[in-house]
Design a protein around this ligand. Structure first.
Ligand code: ADP
Length: 471
């Protein structure tokens, strides 16, 4: 009896330290806008890197021709051929080829890796059935999505800052990436130009803008999280007077690294961070993305099991980091069977906790709810932070002195991707709810979150079209 009350105490503490009142969320919104400003003022001015992309135009739907995309960002790479018909509704056909990167190439030399990729590209190109006239008298053009931290030099070139996700090719760090690929393509006898080197979030923004030109930002919430948006070039102080034809430039925020003292943080987050390979890094990401949510929940359950005997016998599984993946959290959270049977079987099959009584299963669902709700609401605050920075939060922006009521809010679209948002209904609903709470219904009705699919590859092909040398 006393022990159960301690478990309830753990839950109460969790709820309290995860609290995201609308007041708190507004503080996060302001902090995001302030940090964006600081990151745009100077390199190292904020934990937000606010990387320049040199992308000053986004596809509009009128692009024409055949373009390729190469998407390299994990254990697989994909090649895509996209045919654009000149109108949005016409052709957007595409062929895909997907291939795993052999393990030894991930830690070998850059020549070996890029030779492998160039060979696959060449094979793919040679399988083209209808080699049209166009592709004979003009060089093929490629958009290259390279989802590692890159310091962009131009729209089609950039140097690798560091490898992540299991890649470790030391001779590559600091080198220009598109050039390495182009040299490999030349070695393999493939005549193709890298027209755009893009981050995956920029790909999502491009695809979103192709379909809907009111799109001003893109947010990815999957294993990790990131966002990018279209900024006025004169607001990018660190670009030192750089001019673009459009007067704008896409900025890759790398928002996973955002931090603010207003973010609600628990002992579980602090432990998770300390145990991670990158402590003090990617703080926002650790609160909201799919890689971590499950493990926050697991840590809460561990604490509960230490406070009481409700999980006896203690399973050794429970102490294994990352054993409880986020899709399982979603499945438990959304269990609509009357007796929470799904929760019961997940606890049994994944954590070796057999026969958890109903009140324990209800408790677990509550923990999933608290952790997911916080994540979704913080993501919403982040999005409003971007809208505030560009004057689309209904407050009239930095330049406008008009009052809220006479400021006409323009339709504003944010392209969304990532399985946490697309696959986890409760997460998505909590995010939408918070967005409306923060903005108020009058403004929120003008803000549209629109799911794009496969922006990281499709968007790269569209960027290649936008930056084609055959206008
Ligand atoms: P990426 O790895 O490129 O971000 P995704 O956008 O598909 O790919 O995100 C995968 C992540 O999303 C996984 O880490 C997983 O934790 C989470 N995830 C996938 N499906 C679901 C789901 N139905 N509910 C909750 N989380 C999910």
């Amino acid at each position: 009896r006393r022990k159960w009350s301690r478990v309830v105490g753990v839950l109460k503490d969790l709820e309290q330290s995860c609290e995201t009142t609308v007041g708190r969320l507004r503080q996060v919104v302001d902090a995001m806008a302030v940090e964006m400003h600081a990151g745009l003022a100077s390199d190292g001015g904020s934990k937000l890197k606010m990387l320049l992309t040199f992308v000053d135009k986004l596809p509009s739907g009128s692009e024409k021709g055949t373009y390729y995309a190469l998407d390299l960002g994990g254990t697989n790479f994909r090649v895509l051929r996209v045919k654009l018909g000149g109108t949005r509704s016409s052709t957007l056909e595409h062929d895909v080829c997907r291939q795993a990167i052999p393990q030894d190439l991930m830690t070998g030399t850059s020549e070996d890796l890029f030779d492998f990729i160039a060979s696959s590209l060449k094979e793919f190109v040679e399988r083209e059935r209808d080699v049209s006239k166009l592709s004979l008298d003009r060089r093929r053009e490629l958009g290259f999505t390279f989802s590692f931290p890159v310091k962009q030099i131009s729209v089609s070139s950039g140097t690798l800052l560091k490898w992540t996700k299991g890649f470790a090719i030391e001779d590559m760090v600091g080198r220009e990436i598109a050039g390495c690929l182009e040299k490999a393509m030349t070695r393999k006898g493939l005549n193709m130009r890298v027209a755009a080197l893009v981050n995956d979030s920029v790909g999502t923004l491009s695809l979103g803008h192709y379909h809907d030109t009111d799109t001003v930002a893109a947010v990815i919430i999957g294993t990790g999280t990131n966002a990018c948006y279209l900024e006025r070039i004169d607001a990018i102080i660190k670009s030192q007077g750089l001019l673009t034809a459009s007067g704008g430039m896409v900025v890759n925020m790398e928002w996973g690294n955002f931090w603010s003292s207003h973010l609600p943080r628990t002992v579980y987050d602090i432990e998770l961070d300390a145990d991670s390979p990158n402590p003090n890094d990617q703080g926002f990401e650790k609160l909201i993305s799919g890689m971590y949510l499950g493990d926050v929940v697991r840590r809460v359950i561990v604490r509960m099991s230490k406070e009481s005997d409700i999980f006896e016998p203690i399973s050794s599984k429970l102490s294994m980091p990352f054993i409880l993946r986020t899709p399982l959290i979603a499945a438990m959270h959304e269990d609509d069977t009357p007796d929470l049977e799904e929760v019961g079987s997940i606890l049994r099959d994944n954590l070796e906790i057999p026969d958890a009584p109903l009140k324990v299963r209800k408790l677990i669902v509550k923990v999933c709810d608290v952790v997911t709700r916080r994540a979704a609401r913080l993501a919403a605050a982040g999005i409003v932070g971007i809208l505030k920075k560009i004057g689309r939060d209904g407050s009239g922006g930095i330049t406008g002195g008009r009052s809220r009521s006479d400021h006409r809010m323009r339709r504003t679209v944010v392209a969304m991707e990532g399985s946490l948002y697309t696959g986890y209904t409760m997460f998505r609903e909590y995010l939408h709810e918070a967005l409306t709470e923060i903005l108020g219904e009058d403004i929120a009705q003008h803000v549209v979150l629109k799911v794009t699919e496969d922006g990281s590859a499709m968007g790269a092909a569209l960027q290649a079209a936008a930056y084609s040398s055959y206008p």
